[in-house]
Design a protein around this ligand. Sequence first.
Ligand code: GLY
Ligand code: MN
Length: 464
Amino acid sequence: MFKAEVYSERRKKLKQLVKTGIIYLPGNNEAPMNYPANTYLFRQDSSFLYYFGLDADGISGIIDVDADKDIIFADDRSVDDVVWMGYEKSFNERAKLVGVTIVKPVAELNDVISKAVHSGRKIHYLPQYRAESKLQIEKLIGIHHSRVNDHSSKDFILAVIEQRSVKSDEEVKQIESAVDISYEMNTAAMKFSKPGLKEREVFGIIEGIASSKGRGISFPSIFSIHGEILHNHHHENLMKDGDLLVLDSGAESELHYASDITRSFPVNGKFSQKQKDIYNIVLKSQVESIEMMKPGVKFKEVHLKAAKIIASGLIDLGLMKGTAEDAVKEGAHALFFPHGLGHMLGLDVHDMEGLGEGFVGYDKDTSRSDQFGLAYLRLAKELKPGFTVTVEPGIYFIPQLFEHWKKDNKHSNFVNYGKVEEYIGFGGVRIEDDVLVTDSGFKVLGSKPIPKSIAEVESACAKE
Ligand code: GLY
Ligand code: MN
């Protein structure tokens, strides 16, 4: 954990931002996998971790803004619990580690909330993503579970986003340590992949490294010869000579901060000329868009720069035509690059996405586009020092999207359909790094650069 003062300061700032009322922050419970006692790996709620730091199930926090009191509701383990799960220090002792001196039994939570409700005080809570938390709020506050999120507190949401978006030095260190685990995951995947293995044989090694070096994965790893499927969670394919792999994966640091790194590499360790051509376009768009990142620049502009480099490279290869400027304005590049350039990264891999992407990535000066491709951009607003962001352009040949566009001859001024057809079956290429916005520019996180140029990737693939 960070020092107790870190959590106390965060709660103090939150009280200043929210101004009045009671803040209710439920922690997560264990989630059953196939019967009640057989649970998924426990993951605490990220906002609970941010303000209360305790990584335990079944607890919750109240911050009484008006009375300036912070309370943790938690029950110590009974002797029976200890027999099965082991001894843990009392919550009275553990709460001190996060600067909280008032600990009450869980059974008293209902009383505290209902008193506040009856005296007409505002109860602030965040949008909930687990059914159990919605039911709990229904029980405590009396709002039907289907409408719980409609009544979440905008003041609380905006305060959390303001605080969590700007990472302190100690948070950046956590993210950087997760990126260093990603270095191990990616270089191992490059080393172990070879024709004749099934994807899952390497997938297991990658996820094992995340567990052995940190708190496990920050999201289920994408590892596939079908890199054109953006979020592909199937790992049953046989890897063959000539196939190209996409590995998009991340680890959690000791304190649950995420990394999110993507590399693309050939199963046989050597890029073909066709693979090199596409790879180098993605690489150029990634490197040059990162170079324009600094405070005051809108991430939407960084996305558009990456898109123009992709369009320009595809024009040079004969897959697109016209000018890159016009093609991107019309959205024709989205046949190949249909997703956004990146997202915030922190305690969540898509940081704070559960609070509402519109609040996290957009603001009054930046509205979401409805153009196919650009509409998926999760972060568009102006960058500030302390933001940590992923930069992850890609080029994909998606057979069904290609057929869909071709049927309507969509953007035929810009797409050379005859030439693109030759690339169906190619798969996809994505390259992703985690980038800190500094006072004057940017820093690509990680103490060792993860192989990225063609030469570096081929050399990592050749390691025995
Ligand atoms: N790492 C998966 C994604 O960013 O969507
Ligand atoms: Mn990502």
